[in-house]
Design a protein around this ligand. Structure first.
Ligand code: GLV
Ligand code: MN
Ligand code: MN
Length: 437
């Protein structure tokens, strides 16, 4: 297999680092090698431009939709047949690794380049896509590009979302030049397959090269504000204070304990994380008057997520009733768990077996654009191992030979889907999608 995809990933990694240093192996990584690509930034523009150039080189027809999703289309024998789509995202969290998202974009691009090299003729058109804003770095919500594409979020409402600095997402995207005239929609799409790094330890610890995702956890993200009373840290007796940070500590510990209890009693997938905390005024000698915390709750079952949320609400209720705190809760994200399509899962299994590769079915604890797309279109996901399960870190790494295997499985899957008329199942009959699950 060509190593073009490896060069693409090394280059994309460079474009996301202020130092522009390249990482060719895990030994090249250190704490300063974090990648940060946020929609609207120069790094993001350059990275998108890089992919657009590679798409054009590969003979793909490049289009952008109104929310900034990018598509490169390889025509099929039957241009009206349902599109087989594959890709991921290029944006990242801050201080990220170089594979999260970028691996799925480079893999999809390599799959179509391989088909061209082999003179493989798909019956269905194949589109490589880059979703806008998967990580929710520019705006506080994740997967907005893929949600608008899937029609589970309105375009005008998404364009009106605000960044932390108060700019409108639509203005940010327009200024970056990477929005087009295409109306986002999946009407002509039959299937979607996303390759992604696992971001967890299962494949690496079992030495299994390929993961086939059966379900993606739901996520609820809450921002809770607790108001107490700001006062002097020296002269206010303990019995007379209303310290908002002490109240927040109760919420944080209740949240952690309850998630651990659910994880032990259920299938182990329940997780809850307090990922940020702002303390006001946050200065010496002052009892904190106000605290804001962000809580990320995830599980494969919507019922468990609801139960965890109810538990947090009960703790907040006690803080109000028994101790006189005022609290507010904002639901920033509430995305349901999804099951992926069993027919696509079997296609991936058959592609892995044809490539002589061991594969295992698994659940995804991380969210992905595939979650939005699966609500409308038959969707599958391929995981490749993350070394020691590390991700959202500059030390995130996937061995090149594992990625090469994943790309082979993705290529085989896309070929099968795009010629499913030859696989015994007429092309288009797999169409249907997640809502029917
Ligand atoms: C996406 O990166 C997530 O937070 O799961
Ligand atoms: Mn991520
Ligand atoms: Mn990702």
């Amino acid at each position: 297999m060509s190593t073009r995809w490896k060069e693409d990933l090394v280059r994309l990694g460079q474009l996301g680092r202020p130092s522009r240093r390249a990482a060719y192996s895990r030994e090249d990584l250190d704490a300063s090698m974090g990648v940060f690509r946020m929609e609207g930034t120069a790094e993001m523009r350059e990275s998108r431009q890089y992919i657009i150039e590679r798409m054009r080189e590969a003979g793909l027809d490049v289009r952008l939709d109104r929310i900034g999703n990018l598509f490169g289309r390889m025509e099929g024998e039957d241009p009206k047949a349902p599109v087989v789509m594959s890709g991921s995202h290029l944006d990242s969290v801050s201080n990220a690794g170089m594979f999260d998202g970028a691996a799925g974009v480079a893999a999809a691009l390599e799959a179509v380049r391989t088909m061209r090299d082999e003179r493989f003729t798909p019956r269905n058109p194949i589109e490589v896509c880059v979703f806008m804003g998967e990580e929710g770095s520019a705006i506080p919500e994740a997967c907005v590009g893929s949600q608008v594409l899937a029609g589970v979020r309105r375009l005008d409402e998404a364009l009106d979302l605000k960044t932390a600095q108060g700019s409108r997402l639509g203005d940010l995207l327009a200024a970056s030049g990477h929005v087009g005239a295409l109306m986002p929609g999946l009407d002509d799409v039959g299937w979607f397959v996303e390759l992604h790094i696992e971001q967890g330890p299962v494949l690496c610890s079992e030495d299994t090269p390929v993961g086939i995702v059966e379900s993606i956890a739901g996520i609820t993200y809450l921002v809770i504000t607790i108001e107490g009373e700001e006062n002097h840290a020296g002269s206010t007796p303990m019995r007379l204070r209303r310290d908002a940070l002490v109240a927040a500590a109760r919420v944080i510990s209740a949240c952690d304990q309850k998630a651990r209890a659910f994880a032990e009693s259920g299938d182990g997938s329940a997780v809850a994380t307090v990922d940020c905390c702002t303390v006001l005024p946050g200065a010496p000698s002052i009892i904190p008057g106000s605290v804001r915390i962000g809580i990320d709750i995830r599980d494969g079952s919507a019922g468990t997520i609801r139960a965890l949320r109810r538990h947090i609400e009960a703790v907040l209720g006690e803080l109000e009733k028994d101790y006189g705190f005022r609290t507010t809760t904002e639901i920033v994200m509430d995305y349901p768990p999804v099951e992926l399509d069993q027919r696509v899962i079997r296609m991936i299994e058959s592609a892995a077996s044809a490539a002589g590769l061991r594969a295992r079915r698994m659940a995804s604890g991380a969210i992905h654009d595939a979650q939005s797309i699966a609500r409308k279109v038959s969707t599958g996901m391929i995981f490749v191992p993350s070394v020691r399960g590390v991700s959202h870190s500059p030390f995130e790494w996937t061995e090149w030979n594992d990625l090469e295997k994943g790309i082979a499985v993705l290529t085989g899957t896309l070929k099968r889907l795009s010629r499913s008329d030859l696989e015994g199942e007429p092309a288009g009959t797999l169409r249907g999608g997640g809502d029917a699950h």
